[in-house]
Design a protein around this ligand. Structure first.
Ligand SMILES: *Cc1c(COP(=O)(O)O)cnc(C)c1O
Length: 448
C-alpha cells in the first residue's frame, strides 16, 4: 500500500516510510491510497468473532500488503491483550435503553490510546528488525529511532508504556507543566529506561508546536532519526478502527446494530477518524457524532464550512483540549473537502465544563454509571442528538479513576483506583524542565 500526503506535495511513501517519518515532507498527514472494503460475509458473521480475530481481518486490509501475515497477527495479538466491551447505560428501574457505552479503557494504562501506541511500537520494531532502509529518510549515526510525542495526558502514558523497553527506540514525552492529572503524570515520568519525560512551561499546543518544529528542522534530522507517535502517525491512529468493528459486532450480537450511531469524544480527531475509515471499509454504522468540550473548532466547521483553529482552552476534559485538531486534515481529505458529505455523516456537539459536571451528576443519579469528563461529552451528545429508532454507542475514553480528584469532587464519591494505576503512583517522578522556545528544545536534542 502506498501513502500520500494530505498536502499533495510530498512524494508518495511506503508504509515503512510513513511510520518511520510520521509527518510527510510537506507537513501533510499520510493517507493510504486505497481503502479496502471488507466483504459482506465478514459483516454477516462478525458477531461470532472475537475482538482479536476481527482486528486481524481489519489489520490485514490496512497493512497486509506490507507486513507478513504471521508477523501482523503477532503484532495484533500482542496489542489486544484485553477486552473492549459494550455496556448498556440503563436508567434505574427500567430494563432497556437506547444508549450504550463502548469502554475503551481496559488497556495497560487504562487508555484507548494503548492500542495505537502498542501497535505502532511493534510495527516500528518489525521494520527496524528487518533492517531495510527507508528511501527519503536520512541515514544518521546509530540506528536508534527517537519518538517525539506531545501529550495533554493520555497519549504520553499510552505511548511511554507501549514503547517501554522496546529495543532501538527512545521516547521523548513532552507535556504541559501543571496541566495533566497526577496519575497521568506518574504514568510517563516514573518509567525510566528508554522513556524521557519533558515538562514544558506552556500548554499542550506549545508541546505540539515543539514536536512539529523538530520534525521540520534540518540540523536535528541530520543528527537523529525522529518520528512521531501522535495520532498524525498512521500506525497510531488506524488501529483504533479495531474498536469500532468490535462495537458493531457486540451490538449485533445483542440485536441492536441496526441504525447504530457512534459518538466519539474528540480532541485531535484521531479516534473518530479511525472510525470513519472503518465506515469507508463498509462498517454499517449509520452516522457519527463528534462530541467536544469547549474547544469547538470542529463544531463550528460543521455549522459554517470554515475551519478556524483557535488557541486551546483548558477544560475538565483535558485530553480533548485541542485548538487545531491534526486529524481534521484527514477527515477533510477523506471526503474530498465536501462539506455536505461531511455534515450528512457527522454531527457535532460542544459542552462547557458546567454542562460536563451536570451530565456526570445526572448520569450517576439516573443510571449509577460513573462517567469521566470525556465520556460525559459523548453521553450528553447522544442524549441531545439521538433520534427515534436509533441506538447510540458512545466511547468512554478514560477510566474515571484517571480523573479521580475531579470525579470524586463532582459526584461526591470515593472511587477506587484500579491496582494497575496504583502501581504507577509508587515510582519516582523524573522529568526535564523545558521552556516553550524551540531553540531550547533543539539544543537539548542536539546533545542527545
Ligand atoms: C485522547 C483522548 C481523547 C481524544 O481522542 P482524539 O483521538 O485525540 O480525538 C478523548 N478522551 C480521552 C480520555 C483521551 O485520552
Amino acid at each position: 500500500m502506498k501513502y500520500y500526503s494530505t498536502n499533495k506535495k510530498a512524494p508518495i511513501a511506503t508504509l515503512e516510510k510513513a511510520v518511520v517519518k510520521g509527518l510527510a515532507e510537506d507537513k501533510g498527514l499520510y493517507m493510504p491510497e486505497t481503502i479496502k472494503k471488507l466483504p459482506k460475509e465478514f459483516f454477516e458473521n462478525i458477531d461470532k468473532m472475537s475482538f482479536q480475530d476481527i482486528a486481524c481481518a481489519v489489520a490485514d486490509a490496512f497493512f497486509g500488503e506490507d507486513v507478513e501475515k504471521e508477523a501482523l497477527r503477532n503484532i495484533v495479538c500482542d496489542t489486544l491483550s484485553f477486552d473492549c466491551p459494550v455496556v448498556p447505560v440503563t436508567p434505574k428501574g427500567k430494563d432497556d435503553t437506547d444508549i450504550y457505552t463502548l469502554e475503551l479503557f481496559h488497556g495497560p494504562t487504562l487508555a484507548f490510546k494503548d492500542v495505537g501506541a502498542r501497535f505502532m511500537a511493534r510495527l516500528l520494531q518489525y521494520f527496524l528488525r528487518k533492517g531495510s532502509k527507508v528511501q527519503g529518510v536520512q541515514e544518521v549515526q546509530g540506528s536508534e529511532v527517537n519518538v517525539l510525542v506531545a501529550t495533554s495526558g493520555d497519549t504520553g502514558s499510552a505511548v511511554a508504556n507501549g514503547f517501554l523497553g522496546v529495543e532501538g527506540i527512545h521516547v521523548y514525552v513532552l507535556y504541559p507543566k501543571g496541566k495533566v492529572s497526577p496519575i497521568q503524570e506518574c504514568q510517563f515520568t516514573t518509567l525510566g529506561k528508554n522513556i524521557t519525560a519533558i515538562e514544558v512551561d506552556g500548554v499542550f499546543d506549545d508541546c505540539q508546536a515543539l514536536v512539529k518544529a523538530a520534525f521540520m528542522d534540518a540540523d536535528l534530522n541530520a543528527h537523529m532519526k525522529l518520528t512521531s507517535a501522535n495520532s498524525i502517525n498512521v500506525a497510531r491512529f488506524l488501529p483504533q478502527a479495531f474498536y469500532y468493528f468490535n462495537a458493531y459486532a457486540r451490538m449485533k450480537a445483542l440485536g441492536k446494530a441496526d441504525n447504530m450511531v457512534m459518538c466519539v469524544p474528540s480532541g485531535n480527531f484521531g479516534n473518530i477518524c479511525a472510525a470513519l475509515f472503518g465506515h469507508a471499509m463498509g462498517l454499517p454504522i449509520k452516522r457519527f457524532i463528534a462530541a467536544n468540550n469547549a474547544n469547538d473548532i470542529f463544531y463550528n466547521y460543521l455549522q459554517t464550512g470554515k475551519y478556524c483553529p483557535q488557541p486551546s482552552k483548558a477544560t475538565l476534559a483535558n485530553a480533548m483540549d485541542v485548538g487545531d485538531p491534526s486529524n481534521f486534515a484527514r477527515i477533510y481529505d477523506l471526503y474530498k473537502g465536501d462539506h455536505a458529505a461531511i455534515t450528512s455523516l457527522i454531527s457535532g456537539a460542544t459542552y462547557k465544563d458546567e454542562q460536563i459536571r451536570a451530565t456526570m451528576q445526572e448520569c450517576y443519579e439516573e443510571t449509577g454509571y460513573v462517567l469521566d469528563p470525556h465520556g460525559a461529552c459523548g453521553y450528553q451528545a447522544l442524549k441531545d442528538l439521538l433520534k427515534e429508532g436509533e441506538t447510540g454507542v458512545f466511547c468512554e475514553t478514560a477510566h474515571p479513576a484517571k480523573f479521580k480528584e475531579k470525579v470524586d469532587d463532582i459526584l461526591s464519591t470515593d472511587i477506587e483506583i484500579p491496582a494497575r494505576l496504583q502501581a504507577f503512583m509508587k515510582g519516582t517522578k523524573q522529568s526535564i524542565p523545558m521552556s516553550k522556545e524551540f531553540s531550547d528544545f533543539k539544543d537539548f536534542l542536539m546533545k542527545q
